[in-house]
Design a protein around this ligand. Structure first.
Ligand code: DHB
Ligand code: FE
Length: 281
């Protein structure tokens, strides 16, 4: 049977990808951020997941304002990086797991989540930067991936509660997979940031720290937040926090143990957050 071994949430700021390429991890600006990751990599080395379900937001690469699925899931044999900008280097493709993808699709549609199924899917920094942070850009890649893209771009966005429920259905779908494999769920993006408009540059440390705390022990306390509340508190791109809530929902059926967290501001325009939760059962 498949086993959900834990969940990771991490920011996906494109500048991180450039800093990795340029070897700036020990640079004074970057060190407090990158210092958060060795415990997560050590945990991954130890538990050795076979598959990573990566919950991210497409920033205009596959889907643009003209056609925007609320939930879209990959069912491809591989996923090519084709970030739309930011000067990120090309990466080798990420191997998929079509059989597992189709199992998840069957289960999630049966649970009333109407997904757009993508047998071809490009991935952008929302997906690739966390992969580079958690695993190096090595070939062969150590995990197969299933990308799950959630709309955080074209309003209306799915609510925090809806995303948490999607995560719960995802957790049940993982547990129902008959193949032996170890699965990690990764939520990317956040925490507070706003890239444009009058409030460009907004970072809300207090709100970010509340989210980091509550998502571990009281995620249900975050579910009454509306998307409007998230925009107000965390900035227009801070809505990416709904991706963290999908990850947390997936783990909600079992006790969790926090292995590590980190928070550092600013990285580029963003309050950069990191969290690793292990399933205790
Ligand atoms: C930044 C953050 C993001 O989440 C993103 O998608 C693009 C840029 C930033 O802070 O620069
Ligand atoms: Fe983003």
């Amino acid at each position: 049977m498949a086993k959900l071994v834990g969940g990771i949430a991490t920011s996906h700021i494109p500048a991180i990808g450039l800093a990795i390429t340029q070897g700036l991890e020990q640079d004074a600006y970057w060190k407090p951020f990158f210092d958060g990751y060795p415990p997560v990599r050590a945990w991954l080395d130890h538990v050795k997941p076979d598959v990573a379900i990566v919950i991210y937001n497409d920033h205009g690469l596959n889907f643009f304002l003209d056609k925007m699925p609320t939930f879209a899931i990959g069912a491809a044999a591989q996923y090519q990086n084709a970030d739309e900008g930011w000067g990120l280097k090309q990466l080798d493709p990420f191997p998929g797991d079509p059989a597992f993808s189709w199992h998840l699709i069957e289960q999630l549609v049966a649970a009333d989540f109407d997904l757009t199924t993508c047998q071809e899917m490009l991935v952008d920094h929302g997906f690739t930067v966390p992969m580079s942070l958690l695993w190096q850009d090595v070939v062969p890649r150590p995990v197969r991936v299933v990308p799950l893209a959630i709309n955080t771009v074209q309003h209306p966005l799915p609510s925090p509660r809806r995303c948490y429920h999607l995560g719960q259905a995802l957790g049940r779908a993982i547990a129902a997979y008959p193949e032996d494999c170890r699965v990690v769920v990764i939520g990317t993006g956040g925490l507070s940031h706003q890239l444009d408009g009058e409030r460009a540059g907004l970072i809300n440390r207090e709100f970010d720290l509340r989210c980091l705390k509550d998502i571990v022990h009281h995620p249900e306390q975050l579910l009454d937040l509306s998307i409007h509340d998230l925009v107000e508190q965390a900035g227009s791109q801070g809505t990416e926090f709904i991706l963290w809530l999908v990850m947390r929902g997936a783990l909600s059926g079992q006790p969790v143990h926090e292995i590590t967290r980190n928070y550092h501001i600013p990285i580029s325009n963003t309050g950069a957050g990191l969290l690793l939760l292990e399933s205790s059962s």
